[in-house]
Design a protein around this ligand. Structure first.
Ligand SMILES: CC(C)(COP(=O)(O)OP(=O)(O)OC[C@H]1O[C@@H](n2cnc3c(N)ncnc32)[C@H](O)[C@@H]1OP(=O)(O)O)[C@@H](O)C(=O)NCCC(=O)NCCS
Length: 159
């Protein structure tokens, strides 16, 4: 997948479609209308790629709700979605992304995230609903430092 991608903030009326896709994947969706959550749909010239979201805690962000429709997977769209959300994170002033995942640690490791101890996450991240209860203790914690500028980011968090 090449070409421009756009990240469009989700409006309230778009959230049920996101919640439905998250529910299909067994991902947390009961809290998506709570304060402090930001969600985007990511599109390329040939259409919808997927969704992604952020929770903002100072300079740290919780990357969440990254989902590509099943029929589009393994073509680079997940990487493009994370790239687009990472640019939004940089624009919001974030310096690090954290996430928890059960089944996609290998995907995130391929695109520049590194495994981390949950205890290494800042207190606000550890107190987030995902860390505090929505994701099981067996979920893998990963982090990625964001570059200081989004220009030229290659989808793996590098310039
Ligand atoms: C995880 C997900 C977003 C990946 O989307 P995708 O479009 O298939 O990913 P890409 O095609 O961009 O994959 C990028 C690389 O990661 C690899 N990869 C993809 N999914 C993987 C997985 N589950 N485990 C290990 N590696 C994976 C791809 O093979 C590719 O490797 P390559 O660069 O060597 O070819 C998608 O499978 C999904 O929506 N899963 C359900 C929701 C989910 O679990 N989200 C994560 C929790 S926030």
């Amino acid at each position: 997948m090449t070409g421009p991608r756009t990240a469009t903030p989700l409006a309230e009326q778009d959230l049920p479609a996101l919640a439905a896709l998250l529910a299909l994947e067994g991902l947390p969706n009961q809290d998506i209308t709570a304060a402090g959550r930001f969600f985007w749909r990511v599109d390329a010239l040939d259409g919808f790629l997927g969704y992604g979201g952020l929770e903002v805690y100072g300079r740290d962000g919780l990357l969440r709700s990254v989902v590509v429709p099943p029929e589009r997977r393994r073509k680079g769209d997940g990487c493009a979605v994370v790239d687009a959300i990472s640019r939004e994170a940089v624009a919001l002033g974030l310096e690090r992304l954290w996430l928890l995942t059960i089944g996609a640690a290998g995907f995130f490791e391929r695109i520049g995230f590194a495994r981390a101890e949950r205890a290494a996450a800042p207190p606000d991240i550890r107190a987030s609903a995902q860390f505090a209860g929505l994701c099981p203790g067996s979920a893998v914690c990963l982090r990625r430092d964001l570059v200081s500028t989004a220009a030229g980011m290659d989808g793996r968090g590098k310039l």
